[in-house]
Design a protein. Structure first.
Length: 245
């Protein structure tokens, strides 16, 4: 059995998800036999009540949960941004990264300010209108426009299962407008990285191509026909990358 196949993989979910977001991927990777450590990020799942919600605290949580040996680290979307920050903060703790539909952040200051303002408004709308309205609004973004109905329904159910105060804190504290961009630090991250994107996810496919070009040991995997919600839509393909395929 290869080293990659037996390596423990720490798994970080996306916005409004939880460690359960990885269940289908883990099942496809081998179920209970697959060595995975899925974590709830602050503001989500069993850690919905934990404050503050910011990238420094999330990175500290991730590093504090690691075993005493180097492990693999994978993050989807928001979780991928946290994964990159953890890897930059403590590269010696990781032997491999798998970045799924994610980015190294927003570098332009005007874009950052605009995104902060937009996410603050979104958080206000969530608290004013409730989770049902927010879940429908979230899934109606162009990012998810071509998702199959079952994938969209699963995403909305995941959002509705969250805590509104917690998700509002995530929108504010982990907004790409507040989390520092890492593009200028990727060249020093000299460990194997698999970058996974959906073929019809034009925005994150472009970002994935940029990530793969900036990282010294990166491989780009484009999952044809899939969109942004890869953990829901293409779990077997994501599992194959996790297992080193």
């Amino acid at each position: 059995m290869s080293t990659v196949a037996v390596m423990t993989m720490v798994l970080l979910h996306g916005f409004a998800g939880s460690r359960a977001s990885w269940d289908a991927v883990r099942a496809a990777a081998g179920g209970e036999a697959y060595p995975a450590l899925p974590l709830d990020l602050r503001g989500h799942g069993d850690r919905a009540h934990v404050r503050p919600v910011d990238v420094e605290a999330c990175v500290a949580d991730v590093l504090g949960a690691l075993p005493d040996r180097p492990v693999g680290l994978s993050g989807y979307s928001l979780g991928g941004r946290v994964a990159l920050h953890a890897a930059v903060a403590a590269p010696q703790r990781f032997s491999r990264l798998v970045l799924v539909a994610t980015t190294a952040g927003i570098a332009d200051e005007q874009e950052r300010a605009a995104r902060r303002a937009a996410d603050d408004r979104l958080a206000d709308a969530l608290l004013a209108g409730g989770l049902d309205a927010f879940a429908a609004r979230w899934s109606a973004q162009p990012l998810f426009a071509d998702d199959p109905p079952a994938v969209r329904a699963a995403q909305e159910a995941e959002v509705r299962a969250g805590d509104p105060q917690a998700l509002a804190a995530v929108l504010r504290g982990l907004s790409p407008g507040r989390v520092p961009a890492l593009w200028d630090r990727l060249g020093a991250l000299d460990l194997p990285v698999d970058v996974v994107v959906g073929g019809r996810d034009a925005k994150y496919r472009a970002l994935g191509e940029r990530l793969a070009a900036a990282l010294p040991q990166a491989r780009l995997h484009v999952l044809d026909g899939a969109g942004h919600g890869l953990l829901r839509e293409a779990p077997a393909a994501v599992a194959a990358v996790l297992r080193g395929g």
